[in-house]
Design a protein around this ligand. Structure first.
Ligand code: PAF
Length: 283
């Protein structure tokens, strides 16, 4: 695996590979890698000749400085995991390399999908994501890029960004990986205490209860039942839990049987740790 820290060096390398007819896959990450990230690397390795994984803790997508400061940095472990996967390139730019004029985020209008849920709770978050993903896609110009469904709203935003500004790039959205008890894998799980880790499993149980009863109850009943499953656990506090339209994230109501499919989106505090999860439900 080659480790590259500057844009110029990365572009020189990739231009050579592209001249030789090689296809490029890109997996953006903020490090603290787990099996979920590795599944994206594996997919990219299977789909393209050269896989570039970026590790960059992007300051412009944190609306809260203490969240940025607490973000886990595990460079040595990450390097080892990527090397084991035979990832071709690890791109680790500095903040100055990515933002030579300072960490400024672009403000482009992607409508409601950037304003609700994560957009509402973390103002400016998606402006930062759109800014950094655009920068990476402009630098790397990959054929294919790979994101995890765990961040459903982010995937939707990136899907819109790509269709508007990078239609030549194919976006792959890979399923969320879960532990044996259903908890969605996330870098933040490392911050959970042992009892919180067990209680956090109620989040996915709540989501799967909706999937199981889809078409049998009203949306309001499904949401209430799911909320009750989570509220039974002392360390959990729901920030939002809604059943939404898959494409515009408008909140659905009424008989679930009148919808062929939907996405359940939730954010739940487990102690101090904010977890997000989602599940697509269908008839
Ligand atoms: O999902 C993430 O880890 C980040 O939002 C991303 C896509 C790497 C952009 O910084």
């Amino acid at each position: 695996m080659i480790v590259i820290k500057t844009t110029k060096e990365l572009q020189n390398y990739l231009n050579g590979q592209k001249r030789d007819g090689k296809t490029i896959g890109f997996v953006p990450t903020m490090g603290a890698l787990h099996e979920g990230h590795l599944s994206l690397i594996k997919k990219s390795m299977a789909e393209t000749d050269i896989t570039v994984c970026s590790i960059f803790v992007n300051p412009t997508q944190f609306n809260n400085i203490s969240d940025l400061e607490k973000y886990p940095i595990k460079s040595a472990e990450d390097f080892k995991l990527l090397a084991q996967q035979n990832c071709t390139v690890l791109f680790m730019p500095s903040v100055l390399e990515m933002y030579p004029n300072g960490p400024i985020k672009n403000k482009e209008d992607y409508g409601n999908i950037t304003k609700v849920f994560e957009g509402e709770k973390r103002p400016g978050h998606f402006d930062g994501v759109i800014t950094v993903v655009s920068l990476f896609l402009e630098i790397i110009k990959p054929n294919k890029t790979f994101f995890g469904q765990k961040d459903y709203q982010q995937c939707l935003v990136v899907k819109n960004l790509i269709s508007k500004k990078f239609p030549e790039i194919s976006l792959f959205i890979e399923p969320t990986l879960r532990n044996e008890n259903g908890l969605a894998l996330s870098s933040r799980n490392a911050h959970l205490l042992k009892n919180e880790l067990t209680e956090a499993e109620a989040v996915s149980k709540a989501l799967f209860s909706i999937k199981l009863n889809w078409g049998l109850n009203t949306i309001e009943q499904l949401v209430e039942n799911a909320r009750n499953i989570i509220n039974e656990k002392k360390s959990l506090k729901i920030e939002y839990l809604n059943i939404c339209n898959l494409n515009d994230l408008s909140v659905l109501s009424g008989n679930s049987s009148s919808y062929n499919e939907a996405v359940v989106l939730t954010a739940v505090f487990c102690g101090e740790v904010r977890l997000i999860d989602n599940l697509i439900v269908y008839k």
